[in-house]
Design a protein around this ligand. Sequence first.
Ligand code: NAP
Length: 310
Amino acid sequence: MNKQVEIGNTGLRVTPIGFGANTIGAHNLFENIDEEVSRETLRVALQDGVDFFDSAFMYGLGRSEELIGEILAGTGRRSEVVLATKAAHIVTDASVKLDNSPAFLEKSVDIALERLRTDYIDLFYIHFPDGVTPPAEAVGALQRLKEAGKIRAIGVSNFSVDALRAANQDGYVDVVQDRYSLVYPELEADMIPYCIEQGISFIPYTPLASGLLTGKFTAQNPPQDFRKDRPHFQGQAYLDTVAKVTSLQELADRHHVSIANIVLATTLGIDGIDVVIPGAKSPAQVRANMQTLNAALTNEEIASVRALFK
Ligand code: NAP
């Protein structure tokens, strides 16, 4: 697998296995988050060659960004790393609201720059559409921030195809991030083809289906946390997926990698996808996911893994 790839037409070059930082300092999303483990996970990621970090205000209400900023500043390696982050949420004790107004996005970029301890953000996303601000107006605000040098590429996340078309009316959208994995292939129908047509890089989130595609969950050993209530962890659908995932062991053995590596390598083999951003809760998971770089699947193998999940 190539050592570095360009994310779409952004000029940003990264190793194709990035780091999804939604567990880092994310006390609001996960139980028992230990910030020392978050720090060590980031350190190991940097040592082991991860050069693309995906954060958001919502991951710990700024804490993920702060910890990335802290660890990266200590290395002096800012220029070797591509930082992505997102904003849209306004969180108070009483409610969570979305805002895509130009004023909110400008303020969010300034605050994220401080937390990340940097003077530019490589890739800044609107995390969710607010349903109020015209998408092209929101993206237009990001285009001005790009021209001002505060951000280098523009992303949108969780937009419908129609909202994406509206957001991209001036051709400013560089990257789309949305839920996609072998068990959530729906966006192959329209979103991914639109991105390919427009030269937009599609970055799938939850590429391991929140751990379901790693092979560690079985009929006897289902997850015990929030995941047990998710649709793909329920009933026959769960058992069917577990059987398919388990059947990948032989291919994994042949390539001397793990099932998770086979899944990530297959995802990288899909047109329109340049990079993946698996989440990791520990240094061991980062190291394990980086082994995907050693999984040189043939086109036939990629096609057969994809066919298994159709
Ligand atoms: P994911 O990558 O599908 O799954 C990550 C989880 O799987 C980890 O937290 C870990 O959880 C487990 N895992 C990871 N590597 C493993 C390995 N090698 N072996 C065994 N288990 C492993 O899901 P995700 O983290 O939710 O999504 C990835 C990234 O996408 C996020 O970090 C975030 O940056 C982004 N994201 C964006 C949005 C958005 O709205 N734009 C939404 C969701 C996610 P356990 O150890 O607890 O099993």
